[in-house]
Design a protein around this ligand. Structure first.
Ligand SMILES: NC(=O)c1ccc[n+]([C@@H]2O[C@H](COP(=O)([O-])OP(=O)(O)OC[C@H]3O[C@@H](n4cnc5c(N)ncnc54)[C@H](O)[C@@H]3O)[C@@H](O)[C@H]2O)c1
Length: 260
């Protein structure tokens, strides 16, 4: 039944929830009746998010900082007394350029946020999710987590890692009734993708407008996806309606077969 998509009173933590896809997910889960906690590195963005959604809990945390992640989960435990859904959403675009031009520091930072951050949050969340009646973890990957992406090797490598991490956790946690899935968005219309396109146009010495058009045309639907498309997939995946969806790399990209 579609009614199973209700997430009433579910305790949901969304990392990097103060803007972009994380904030859209916070809106959708609040509308579905969930108790929502978001963290972010930007205090200003958290304050703005709480102005829009006064019922949510917020905390400043960098997912790549182990001590900060531990403190975050203590705050979640104090606020909620448990956790039903972890959405490992935090991820950075990383450096743009061909492999031989990249710095070690940029490579390390991308992996630290995009995959080690998910590992650190998962470690803290797993005992709480096991105690939940319907524990769910959703790890944000990307279309670059199942396709190659020229000029974005650090990002792509980190997002493929998210899929391996997800499938392994699914085996480890399935027997406890904890479902783990990855969502792989295609290019999402919004300011982040515009910045990514501008950086790539500069690195590849291509006109930004032509590159933006290629981003739209790379999907069979001929357009980018919306933040709401991704939030809706997260809501469905977290709900009992997706009760047998486990260990999957769920692609929401308008059918993209190659990344420009
Ligand atoms: N937007 C897209 O086109 C797209 C496509 C595919 C996948 N994704 C993935 O979806 C997720 C969200 O993307 P987005 O476009 O909403 O991101 P975004 O760039 O809009 O950033 C969202 C938030 O992340 C926060 N943040 C950055 N580093 C952080 C850290 N170390 N710890 C905690 N918070 C941090 C920022 O302050 C910001 O508020 C990411 O994992 C991204 O890789 C996005």
């Amino acid at each position: 039944m579609f009614e199973d998509v209700s997430m009433k009173d579910k305790k949901v933590l969304i990392t990097a929830g103060a803007s972009g896809l994380g904030l859209e997910m916070a809106r959708v889960f609040v509308a579905a009746g969930s108790d929502v906690f978001i963290c972010d590195v930007s205090e200003d963005a958290l304050l703005a998010a709480r102005k829009e959604l006064p019922q949510i809990h917020v905390a400043v945390a960098d997912v790549s900082d182990e001590a900060g992640v531990k403190a975050l989960f203590q705050q979640v435990q104090e606020a909620f007394g448990g956790l039903d859904v972890l959405i490992n959403n935090a991820g950075i675009a990383g450096p743009t350029g061909y492999v031989e031009t990249l710095s070690r520091a940029d490579w390390d930072r991308t992996l630290a946020v995009n995959i080690t951050g998910q590992f650190l949050c998962a470690q803290q969340a797993i005992p709480m999710l096991k105690s939940s009646k319907a524990g769910v973890m959703i790890n944000m990957s990307s279309a670059a987590g199942h396709l190659g992406f020229a000029g974005r090797s650090a990002y792509s490598a980190s997002k493929w890692a998210v899929v391996g991490f997800t499938k392994t956790l699914a085996i480890e946690l399935g027997r406890y009734g904890v479902r783990v899935n990855a969502i792989l968005p295609g290019a999402v219309e919004g300011p982040r993708i515009r910045a990514v396109i501008a950086a790539k146009a500069q690195a590849m010495d291509k006109p930004a407008e032509a590159l933006a058009l290629s981003y739209e045309q790379q999907a069979s639907l001929g357009r980018m996806v919306s933040a709401r498309d991704i939030a809706n997939m997260a809501l469905f995946t977290a709900s009992d309606a997706a009760g047998s969806v486990h260990g999957q790399a769920l692609v929401v990209d308008g059918h993209t077969q190659a990344l420009v």
